[in-house]
Write a protein that binds this ligand. Structure first.
Ligand code: NI
Length: 267
């Protein structure tokens, strides 16, 4: 495929819908009457340890034509993040976050350090690392449960690995002018559950961004010693953006909303 951005997002999407069958069904629901259906953003999660910390993954995004737009910090969830925008108007925004592992307990840190020590640097040198999944041998179920008690995010990355955490339907791209409420009603009518942490609709026209998200799908994952357990995988998000006072569509994220959207992968 000629266009590296298109190739990157196609591969990400294929990996994501294999992890998130509900997203494929929801996408089809909206795509059938919205030929211009677009992604608002794609989000990734990682640890703040080499070789997969945010600053080590970021060069791939820069190579694809992205630039840093704004930083975000989540105190309670111990996360730092950047939002990225592309010079290509058809490319979705990217949200890349990392867990501040130094703020976890010693045992949690040791588990995560062991996983990151297994990562092959050559794998990280390829942009396809963004849909590589786990770059380490699976943690034990007991380690997963231990991490989950401290940080749902830590447990998610340990078990699910590096891949799209969510894609996001751009409500602005729908052909028939729709509100986020319309979109949510249609998703629920099709039998999907929405994340209700902090209310189903997060944000407002005043903060220039409204968002909602499904509850993550559940998939069976292999843990150490051949143990298999069903855990949350990925979710689908919906975002509606409003123009800034300068008349341009708002390009950032809203930390208070993102904070609750992270909870879409909670049990
Ligand atoms: Ni998001």
């Amino acid at each position: 495929m000629a266009d590296p951005i298109e190739h990157f997002f196609d591969a990400l999407w294929q990996d994501y819908i294999a992890m998130t069958p509900s997203a494929s069904r929801i996408h089809a629901l909206f795509a059938k009457d919205n030929p211009g259906l677009a992604n608002d953003h794609v989000a990734f999660r990682t640890f703040d340890l080499e070789p997969i910390r945010l600053t080590s993954l970021e060069p791939h995004l820069i190579d694809l034509g992205y630039r840093r737009f704004a930083p975000y910090r989540f105190e309670e969830k111990k996360l730092d993040a950047w939002g990225y925008v592309s010079s290509n108007p058809d490319a979705p925004r990217i949200f890349l976050s990392e867990l501040r592992t130094g703020e976890l307990s010693r045992r949690a840190r040791e588990i995560i350090e062991r996983l990151c020590a297994e990562v092959d640097d050559d794998r990280v040198a390829e942009a396809s690392v963004f849909h590589a999944g786990p770059l380490w041998s699976p943690p034990s179920w007991e380690e997963y449960c231990f991490l989950r008690e401290e940080s749902e995010y830590a447990a998610w990355v340990a078990a699910i690995g590096l891949r799209a955490n969510h894609f996001t339907i751009s409500v602005n791209s729908l052909r028939v002018a729709a509100t986020l409420e319309d979109v949510v009603a249609r998703v629920e009518a099709a039998g999907h559950r929405l994340n209700s942490a902090g209310g189903k609709l997060k944000g407002s026209p005043e903060v220039l961004l409204e968002q909602a998200a499904t509850v993550a799908d559940q998939i069976e994952v292999r843990f150490a010693a051949g143990d298999r357990h069903t855990i949350p995988s990925c979710y689908y998000e919906f975002a509606r953006r409003y123009p800034t006072p300068e008349g341009e569509l708002y390009q950032g994220f809203v930390a208070a909303s993102a904070d609750r959207i992270f909870e879409s992968t909670d049990r």
